[in-house]
Write a protein that binds this ligand. Structure first.
Ligand code: MG
Ligand code: MG
Length: 245
């Protein structure tokens, strides 16, 4: 069941999105060698609560953190821990919050100190592929147009597109219909219309697209690094509007 949002409802989601955007900027500034992801998680919790919001991940299906903190080959859903970040690693921070009943969900992959050229390129291509997808988030198009754009942008450059995790609709619930895969066919899937709000979130790897793991764990099968870039995006009368940027 897809819930289209009214202009008023999107206005609420714009506010939730703005808080999350600023929270992620606040966290990104604090990513450096020697910091534990547990500490970043505490920063996120404090930030969200201070802005009259609620962390949406904490306790979701038993998840133990305010953020997902996924280092290097961990694709998504990494648990915050006492382990300290090391120079050269990449950290994906995924965070969600609820403000006055409306959800926002977004993720960034951040360099820990100096990183290799290939990790830098992975982060860049992942972010760029999101914007390629958003170009196709327009009334009259099909959901598959977004998926296809993300997939071809990444695969044509030799990167892997994760299949086991996908984006989603978002609103009063964090995960609503429809599912938004980062792979698919143009001209297929539901028709895109005003009022749709989606979390579009490419998860891209330096090697194989295959992942492994049980429970929460999602790591690349070949141990190569993965990056994640996500925003909550609304389709309004003026076109696609990124609410968490
Ligand atoms: Mg997310
Ligand atoms: Mg999401």
């Amino acid at each position: 069941m897809i819930y289209l949002k009214s202009r008023d409802e999107i206005e609420h989601m714009r506010k939730s999105g703005g808080i999350l955007r600023d929270c992620l900027l606040f966290l990104e500034e604090r990513v450096k060698p020697g910091v534990s992801t547990k500490r970043l998680d505490e920063f996120a919790y404090e930030y969200i609560v201070r802005h009259d919001s609620k962390p949406s991940f904490l306790g979701y299906g038993g998840f133990p953190g305010t953020i997902c903190a996924s280092v290097d080959d961990v694709v998504v859903h990494g648990f915050p821990s006492d382990k300290r970040l090391k120079e050269g690693e990449i950290l994906s921070i995924d965070c969600g919050l609820i403000f006055k009943g409306w959800q926002a969900d977004a993720a960034r992959t951040v360099a820990v100190g100096e990183i290799s050229e290939e990790k830098r390129a992975l982060i860049d291509v992942t972010r760029e592929s999101f914007f390629e997808g958003v170009k196709h988030f327009k009334a009259g198009g099909r959901l598959g147009d977004i998926s296809h754009a993300v997939q071809t942008y990444c695969e044509s450059r030799g990167y892997g597109v994760v299949r086991s995790m996908v984006g989603h609709g978002i609103g009063r619930e964090m995960h609503e219909d429809p599912s938004v895969p980062n792979f698919g066919k143009e001209g297929h899937g539901i028709r895109l219309e005003e009022g749709l709000v989606l979390a579009i979130e490419p998860m891209i790897t330096l090697g194989t697209w295959e992942t492994t793991g049980t429970g929460w764990t999602c790591v690349t099968k070949d141990g190569k690094p993965a990056a994640h870039y996500e925003n909550t995006v609304a389709l309004t009368e003026h076109g696609a509007e990124i609410l968490t940027l």
